[in-house]
Design a protein around this ligand. Structure first.
Ligand code: NAD
Length: 485
């Protein structure tokens, strides 16, 4: 199969594509057909070394440039991404299986938003002046050095840019390792950044499985690690980074709640639950997979949910009419099927879906379970697929306690027309990213990230700057030094 904007080699190092076929081959499978569309090769130790050496060398001069100069390049890259949005969206669809209807509006465009936003911010990054009588302290905001980004497979273009844009804006270099399941899109981000004028070596992409990620995380030349992935991987990467006291950002998994009160607009609540469970075939970390519905509207909610979910257009992801695509891989499809069987066995009521779809590729029908109880595995574990659990509640305080009764804390949402209740509930949520009367929006201007085991640090917004720079305090004495002896 041919497709536009195919990357020309496995890695992008020091401003150019690099191939090294001595690494383990990684087939890239188009999830809608099961066809192998490309093969990349895992980075060997020599490739890892080349990428880190290039990054370390290039960072020195980049860190000395003005923020305005750096930002101009990032904003130029944003413009190129937007100009090529269609072809890049096709590539994202080939890499992930997500429908083109989604990728056209959510992937290269959100990467462009990040480059534009952090490009705009770069020129205004400053320290501060602290007057202490006649003496004073000034602070300098300095880059960290070489940052490593490690990506999950659901948003390969977006994750590459959400990590790269703030890192580069702050004067760092980056070595990015995409997920082995979706290795292609980050290469295009690297290519476009350099086309926009980024000096060679500042944004490198190398391929590989967990071992390559682990080699990067443990390398003493690396100053910061930003991971998007699961909690078990996060534990390993956080521990490895701690050995050298490296900075970390951890964007991990979730099992987020949505509370729907009986005064909510049912169409909006159903729409929010659909967005929070079935976008990208449910492969979104912040999904609100535990939908708590107040008893008074439960059956009305389920009726509309079933009607609307059953109108999903499942099919060829490259057809712009399709709005529901396959799972990213056969492996992920089988994991999700296992949870669907568990839901049935544990006694949940299947409202719709619950099966693999009879066509090529890794398609599952969007699935809703009702009468789910808090102890069921489908209500406790992150499934990362199109499986919504609907639970009942009567009392607000009880619903909040149940919503918070999880080790995760990525996101949470509430649907109600009662203004004070909305804010009261959100104040009680133990989650980093909350929604009132909507769900799953992640604009670059707002901090995004989790609490509890869902993560450490924040991506996007001005908050990300704190995670890609450090302050140096300089005390300036204006008088004599008074020592005791
Ligand atoms: P994963 O944890 O299996 O892998 C993530 C990345 O880590 C991959 O690139 C993988 O190769 C790498 N890796 C694995 N072991 C490693 C090790 N020991 N050292 C260094 N790197 C290692 O996750 P996945 O299956 O690719 O993605 C799904 C998970 O990601 C879900 O849990 C989802 O919730 C989470 N996710 C979180 C966010 C967020 O922003 N919070 C966004 C998307 C996905």
């Amino acid at each position: 199969m041919t497709y536009p904007t195919q990357p020309t080699a496995s890695h992008f190092i020091d401003g150019q594509y690099v191939e090294d076929r001595s690494g383990t081959p990684i087939p890239v499978v188009y999830p809608a057909t099961g066809e192998v569309i490309a093969t990349v090769y895992a980075a060997t130790p020599a490739i890892i070394d080349r990428a880190l050496t290039a990054a370390g060398r290039a960072q020195k001069a980049w860190g000395q440039m003005t923020g305005t100069q750096r930002g101009r390049i990032l904003r130029r890259a944003a413009d190129i991404l937007r100009d090529r949005n269609h072809d890049l969206s096709v590539l994202e669809t080939m890499d992930t299986g997500k429908p083109l209807q989604e990728t056209l509006v959510a992937d290269a465009t959100s990467a462009a938003d990040a480059l534009e936003y952090f490009g705009g911010l770069a020129g205004s990054l400053t320290g501060e002046h602290i007057q202490l009588g006649a003496d004073f302290v000034y602070t300098k905001r300095e880059p960290l050095g070489v940052c490593v980004g490690i990506g999950a497979w659901n948003y390969p273009t977006q994750i590459a840019a959400w990590k790269g844009a703030p890192a580069l804006a702050c004067g760092n270099a980056m070595v990015f390792k995409p997920s082995e399941t979706t290795p292609l899109c980050a290469l295009k981000v690297a290519e476009i950044l350099h086309e926009a004028g980024l000096p060679a070596g500042l944004y490198n992409v190398i391929q590989g499985m967990g071992e390559v990620g682990a080699a990067l995380v443990t390398d003493p030349r690396v100053d910061k690690v930003s991971l998007t992935g699961s909690v078990p991987t996060g534990r390993k990467v956080y521990a490895a980074a701690a050995a050298h006291i490296k900075h970390v950002t951890m964007e991990l998994g979730g099992k987020s709640p949505i509370l729907v009160f009986d005064d909510a607009d049912i169409e909006d609540a159903v729409g929010g639950a659909i967005l929070g469970n079935f976008y990208s075939s449910g492969q979104v970390c912040s999904n609100g997979t535990r939908v708590f519905v107040q008893k008074g509207i439960k059956e009305a909610f389920l009726k509309r949910l079933k009607e609307r979910v059953e109108t999903a257009i499942l099919g060829d992801p490259l057809d712009e009419a399709t709005n529901f695509g396959p799972m990213v891989s056969e492996r992920q499809m089988n994991i999700v099927l296992g949870y669907i069987e568990a839901g049935k066995a544990e006694g949940a009521r299947l409202v719709t879906g619950g099966t693999r779809v009879d066509r090529a590729g890794y398609f599952l029908a969007p699935t809703v379970f009702a009468d789910v109880t808090d102890d069921m595995s489908i209500a406790r574990e992150e499934i990362f697929g199109p499986v919504m659990s609907v639970l009942d509640f009567t009392d607000e305080a009880d619903a909040i306690a149940r919503a918070n009764d999880t080790d995760f804390g990525l996101a949470a949402g509430v649907f109600t027309r009662d203004l004070t209740r909305a804010h009261r509930v959100v104040a009680a949520f133990e989650a980093g990213t909350c929604y009132i009367n909507t769900y799953n929006l992640a604009p670059v201007e707002a901090p995004f990230g989790g609490s509890k085991m869902s993560g450490v640090g924040r991506e996007n917004s001005k908050a990300a700057i704190e995670h890609y720079s450090q302050l140096k305090s300089v005390y300036v004495a204006m008088g004599k030094v008074e020592a005791p002896y």
